[in-house]
Design a protein around this ligand. Structure first.
Ligand code: COA
Length: 391
């Protein structure tokens, strides 16, 4: 039987031990560190990255060295894309070249683009595939949405910055500076977030030396789930369902009584408020103050305060705070996005992180192949019974 090494690191303990391949965690022969292996890989360090760091205790997110709140509200999406793909911010001339390169990859029409993304047998080039995917996502979403609603896709414009281009692809009109700034802040805020589920999925796929587009496709599937990228729609639904501040307490209590989770609250890593919620709350506040539905913004704030109070009351042992999705919903709704486009818009930002992680994994990583701890029975005997005729 071959020998394996199980490595488990949590913030509290580090254990490295070797044992035989089949591990039955009920078996007292195995050290407690293995028997105590967390479900769902919580606390397990599975890779190293230079792209982003999530400090869940302090509530800090660092994007390639920069504090989120210093970067997201001010940088263009192109600068952040350059930072994640090249490890530093661009010089002015590099920024111009990179912006042109990204814009030049916007496909002429959705069909050609979809074919380019999906076609088999093309020559793979990880860096090129990453740039093409980042550049194409706004057009995929915009063209699909317009077609679904019986509208013609709008022509691709290579003179608009990425965020403005996305708004143009969806809504068919050139956005105001405020709208483009608000969306760029959102895309920058969600572009990367440590080894979240979809990024891990992308890294696992590309670690097999599969191609970057396949990895991104798998990541989209992981992002779609309501526990990951699918929460902002239901978070906003709750605000609408509540409707007026006086109803917040009764509606939220009823949800908690039914054992429902409040969408937009709680996080696997953050034990304090998600720093992205702050950046997006400020962006939403600015945006709503400049002509949005201020009443809705105020209602959302009251809903948030009530939800936090009731969560503390119900689960005093578990710190449940506002996460990124709550203000995502409010900001994207203010920008005119229907809730069906919340998760796709998340993907328009996160495709940057997936791409950068794929390139990092291809450069530095090995095949990702963890072990499972076998907890089923052993030593059962298959009763062959009387001799049976061969089939
Ligand atoms: N509302 C109400 N209760 C919640 C909750 C929420 N949003 N999030 C967690 N809890 C409760 C759980 O019911 C559980 O209670 P229990 O111990 O009595 O069963 C406890 O807190 C721990 O939950 P757990 O599932 O272990 O936390 P997790 O780390 O796996 O969950 C999330 C993290 C994000 C999946 C979870 O907080 C959640 O479902 N949030 C809502 C969805 C959401 O906003 N997702 C976007 C994430 S950015």
């Amino acid at each position: 039987m071959s020998s394996v090494t199980v490595i488990y690191r949590s913030p509290f303990e580090t254990a490295i031990c070797s044992s035989d391949a089949a591990i039955n965690i009920d078996n007292p022969r195995y050290p407690p560190q293995i028997r105590g292996m967390p479900e769902d890989l919580e606390g397990v360090v599975a890779t190293s990255t230079r792209l982003s760091h999530v400090d869940g205790e302090a509530g800090r997110l660092t994007i390639a060295g920069y504090a989120l709140e210093d970067l997201a509200p001010y940088a263009s999406f192109e600068e952040v894309a350059y930072l994640l793909l090249h490890g530093r911010l661009p010089e002015p001339a590099e920024r111009v070249r990179f912006t042109q390169d990204l814009a030049g990859r916007r496909p002429i029409d959705a069909l050609r683009m979809a074919a380019a993304l999906l076609s088999l047998g093309r020559e793979e080039s990880p860096g090129d595939d990453a740039m093409t995917a980042i550049a194409s996502f706004p057009t995929i979403v915009g063209a699909y949405w317009r077609a679904l609603n019986g509208q013609e896709p709008v022509p691709v414009r290579s003179d608009l910055p990425h965020a403005a281009h996305y708004l143009h692809q969806v809504f068919g009109a050139e956005p105001s500076t405020e709208r483009a700034r608000a969306l760029a802040t959102y895309l920058n805020t969600v572009c990367d977030h440590g080894l979240n589920a979809s990024t891990f999925a992308a890294r696992v796929i590309v670690s097999t030396r599969s191609d970057v587009i396949s990895a991104i496709t798998g990541a989209v599937g992981a992002l779609k789930g309501p526990l990951h990228g699918g929460a902002p729609g239901p978070a906003l639904d709750m605000v609408f369902e509540i409707g007026t501040p006086e109803r917040a307490e009764s509606v939220i209590r009823a949800k908690l009584d039914r054992g429902e989770r409040l969408m937009g609250f709680g996080h696997r890593i953050y034990r304090v408020r998600d720093p992205r919620a702050d950046v997006l709350a400020r962006a939403a506040e600015r945006f709503y103050a400049s002509g949005g539905d201020q009443r809705l913004y105020d209602l959302a704030q009251q809903v948030e305060a009530t939800a936090l109070r009731l969560l503390r009351e119900r689960k005093p042992e578990r710190r449940l705070e506002t996460n990124v999705e709550f203000y995502t919903a409010l900001l994207l709704h203010g920008l005119g996005f229907p809730s069906e486009l919340f998760t796709p818009t998340f993907a328009v930002g996160r495709v940057l992180g997936w791409s950068a992680h794929c390139l990092e994994q291809l450069r530095d990583g090995r095949l990702i192949r963890p072990q499972s701890a076998y907890i089923g029975p052993t030593g059962l005997h298959y009763d062959r019974g009387p001799a049976r005729p061969a089939v």
